[in-house]
Ligand binder design. Structure first.
Ligand SMILES: [Zn+2]
Length: 114
């Protein structure tokens, strides 16, 4: 289970400063995890929590988080990069029409011999 606390610990482990702007972004990533938000959506939501946040800081922060493996960057040919705060093993199912991304949790293998 990924919580705000576990992300803060990861920031510290990676030597990243825990700033209020980064915390606002972390909160949005967790709240909107199901949406796999793009940078602009993260920015819009995080700015409500932290007025001084800029779009370029949002981009830089998301890149830094994904570089450190704190979140996962999903890249596509036909749409903007999206960010996944769910680092547990799962498959992202993408609707070609609405571009919605859904998490599909891989069921743990069941021993057929039961
Ligand atoms: Zn996902």
């Amino acid at each position: 289970m990924i919580t705000q606390e576990s992300i803060i610990n990861q920031l510290r482990d990676n030597g990243l400063k825990v700033t209020s702007q980064r915390l606002a972004i972390v909160e949005v990533l967790l709240e909107k995890r199901d949406l796999h938000p793009g940078a602009r959506l993260v920015y819009r939501e995080a700015k409500k929590k932290k007025k001084s946040l800029s779009l370029s800081t949002t981009y830089a922060t998301l890149n830094e988080f994904s570089r450190h493996g704190i979140i996962k960057k999903l890249q596509f040919d036909t749409m903007e990069d999206r960010y996944d705060g769910n680092l547990e093993e799962h498959i992202n199912l993408i609707c070609e029409r609405c571009k919605k991304i859904l998490d599909y949790n891989v069921p743990t293998a069941v021993d057929p011999r039961g």
